[in-house]
Design a protein around this ligand. Sequence first.
Ligand code: AHR
Length: 627
Amino acid sequence: LVVKVNQPKAEIQPTMWGLFFEDINMGADGGLYAELIKNRSFEFESPMMGWKEQKNPKASVLVLNRQDQPENPRFIRVKTEGGKYGLTNEGFRGMGVKQGVGYDFSVLSRNVEGNLTLKLELIKPDGQVLGTASLPLNSTDWKKHSVRFTSNGTEPKAKLNVWFEGTGTADLDMISLFPQDTWKNRPGGLRADLVQLLADMKPGFLRFPGGCIVEGMDLSNRYQWKKTVGPLEGREVAINRWNKEFKHRLTPDYFQTFGLGFFEYFQLAEDIGAEPLPILNCGMACQYNTAEVVPVEELDPYVQDALDLIEFANGSTDTKWGKLRADMGHPAPFNLKLLGVGNEQWGPQYIDRYVVFEKAIKSKYPEVRLISSAGPNPDGEVFGFLNGKLRSLKADIIDEHYYRKPEWFLENATRYDDYDRNGPKIFAGEYASQSKDVASPENRNTWLCALSEAAFMTGLERNADVVHMASYAPLFAHADGWQWTPDLIWMNNLQSYGTPNYYVQKLYSTNKGTKVLPILSNNQLITGKDQLYASATWDEPTKEVILKLVNASSQPQTHTVNLEGVKKLENKGKRFTLKSSEPGAVNSFDQPKQVSPTEEELAVKGTKLNLTLAPQSFTVVRVKVVK
Ligand code: AHR
């Protein structure tokens, strides 16, 4: 094999390898967003969903409605004449709590009559008490009351009892419980273990909030970013698009509280060093569902949402939306450069709407690059139609999605080799290799699937002049509440692990490089002959050559790699190997690193590397050039 180090080609965009986030599989509520109370504001379809009354004949609970707060009208009124009375919250499939960690309880309340004190009890499923606190309710106006207490044990399925002591009547809303050990210890923040897994990938971008959730089952259910910013109690809860039965799963308790809203997404992107990439509804609901669209002449509010979002992210604090960003704690701009118009939309109706957005956004913010949709099927007619139209419109970046079998990924390592170099750039925005039917319980994150993605990604990297961004999808899944398989990271209430696919993504994004280098065998691109796939890059800051080699065969392969144009290499390089002898191998909560990379020193002599590639393995090599 030959790497032409003296013939660097296209630049690799800093955005090349990124993340796709969607609130599917309990990705946000019950997952990344660390709130432990389910239905804290009583706004789920059924107001007491998640809550159980611990009855007493001398006490009652009523659900009431506030006229002055239309986005969060419901609250509860508890009246008790003494005796043991309380409400128990079940959490999201239980609450994950840890020994020695502090828990912040808070509630908005007002006394109507008398004085009540809340007695809080964090309990195990068998009733054993893990932590307690007392919180007197002492205000006749709505006021936030809070208290911190510590758990004396670790339990994945805890519950919270809220007992009412004393005699009287009180109104309560926004009953909340957060662990203290959130990411960056932010009150009301995100689960630290999950953010750490993302940060470790050093992603180039963070796409949010989806996925189909952007579109909604119908337009009333579409994602509306303005309803997800500002004070928590003013964020209108919505039914999750994945709440209804989807293929194999029914999750009727799946709602979006938007505690993880657009401000928090921007903040997360900034924290992990990723470019923010919001995707907005383009006036079309999910075409798999109702296919409801807004008449083109009535698109204005949708387009205005896009313009206002750019102001929210980038505008000065003197502007309406820039001021809101500052009021929420971030006066500096978020530097939004990328914006998606619609998700997985197709047909002339998409083009009709896209052009309206494009005109309005480009005339006010020409520097913002727009992501447009290529529909759901990369091989079909729909895709061809959209691609043609978007090319003639000189679209910036087209978002392609592929949920296909491992064989498709292996065959498509050449997909972009002959692409038109003068048209729009490509965002491989959602892809995942499927071991069985999409979203089925048997569909697993196997090593074979991950390996086929690694092979496919050599083709993305080799074509970095066309492919500017790529992300695996979906990102998260909760073992007790998923709708879709496979997924990059699995979690339960206390643990999380990266799949073999996660390690493939991480190896690419942490070994990106800044320029493509040609890597050839007998003067040919290495795209699957003898089941070998390869790409190479130059990393300017570290002066390293980075090789990625996939041996998809069941035999070892030995290759000599000649680094052409290099006079001298440091005598020690690094080699990362991801492999398994079992194509069906998976990671799990018990064996989270069964398929994970090993790192070794690579002895280097001269400018040739001798590499033996294990059967079914993915190898990354870094060697430093000495001047
Ligand atoms: O990633 C899961 C879903 O797949 C996304 O919501 C959608 O865009 C695609 O169909």
